[in-house]
Design a protein around this ligand. Structure first.
Ligand SMILES: C[S@@+](CC[C@H](N)C(=O)[O-])C[C@H]1O[C@@H](n2cnc3c(N)ncnc32)[C@H](O)[C@@H]1O
Length: 262
């Protein structure tokens, strides 16, 4: 059920530092210890196709820290223009580029320098000129209106305190009528309590920023998108004890979701 209560606030400046610090480590040290799974094993478990994974830079896969699979929902066609929000080390962007072909185009946006540096280095191995990674915040996209056919994102929007602004930007850059957003993200069955929402460490770990599912869908639809499909990613699970506790207590879970631009 959606809640109308005033939402507690996280310290956004502290959160941004923690998110950048965590995902800098993910880029530089993908085999370190994290509270979430990463890499090719996770990707295959979530449903990524072996053939796609075999045809993109392996180093983009080792830093993959997504939460679900959405390419079956996205229906990317040859020639499509695709935007990847919070593209990390680039795994989903490279797969999207396989699907658009050279007549299409993929842009990845991320705010963490080390993720961008890694993704940009890997573009050279990929041997294609239809993919670019740019620095930016997904709350304020540096692209024109109606630029993209598809917006994708994996495990990112839960990290953003201002989700309404993110979805307003997605609606703005998608082509009206045909544009679609296919994402995987973390949501919760009930509104999380203040002590979790105000804990920026739990936000950076993809728990604290999980919005209640109906609230999340309303934020998507407000700027002119229609939620078409939502499926739970049962194969995604958190590793740490505290994260697993939040999952059990508040129904924190991964979903893949398709919305169409009206
Ligand atoms: C959980 S990782 C996922 C990365 C990638 N999508 C993947 O599946 O591996 C989250 C990424 O989102 C980026 N990010 C988080 N909040 C952001 C924001 N507001 N604007 C731009 N990037 C953001 C982080 O820098 C990080 O690279």
């Amino acid at each position: 059920m959606e809640t109308t209560a005033l939402q507690p606030q996280v310290d956004t400046a502290d959160l941004e530092l923690r998110v950048k610090s965590m995902y800098r480590d993910v880029a530089i040290n993908p085999h370190g210890e994290y509270h979430f799974e990463m890499g090719r094993g996770l990707a295959e478990k979530l449903g990524y196709e072996k053939n796609d994974l075999d045809n993109i830079p392996p180093a983009s896969i080792e830093s993959f820290a997504g939460v679900g699979y959405f390419f079956d929902l996205a229906g990317i066609n040859k020639g499509d223009r695709v935007l990847d929000l919070g593209s990390g080390s680039g795994m989903d962007s490279f797969i999207a580029a396989l699907k658009t072909g050279r007549t299409g185009y993929v842009a990845g946006v991320d705010m963490t320098d080390e993720q961008l540096d890694k993704a940009n280095r890997l573009v050279e191995d990929f041997n294609s000129d239809n993919i670019t990674f740019v620095k930016g915040k997904i709350e304020q996209l540096d692209f024109g209106d109606a630029t993209f056919d598809v917006v994708i994102s994996n495990g990112v929007i839960n990290l953003c305190p201002d989700k309404e602004n993110v979805f307003a930007e997605v609606a703005r850059v998608l082509k009206p009528g045909s544009g679609r957003m296919a994402i995987a993200d973390i949501v919760s069955e009930v509104q999380l309590p203040e002590n979790i929402v105000c804990n920026s460490t739990l936000w950076a770990s993809c728990i604290g920023g999980a919005a209640q599912e109906d609230t999340y869908k309303n934020k998507i639809e407000k700027p002119g998108m229609k939620v078409i499909d939502v499926k739970r990613n049962t194969s995604y699970g958190f590793i740490s004890k505290s994260a697993r506790g939040a999952t059990e207590k508040y129904g924190v879970k991964s979903v893949s979701l398709l919305a169409r631009r009206i």
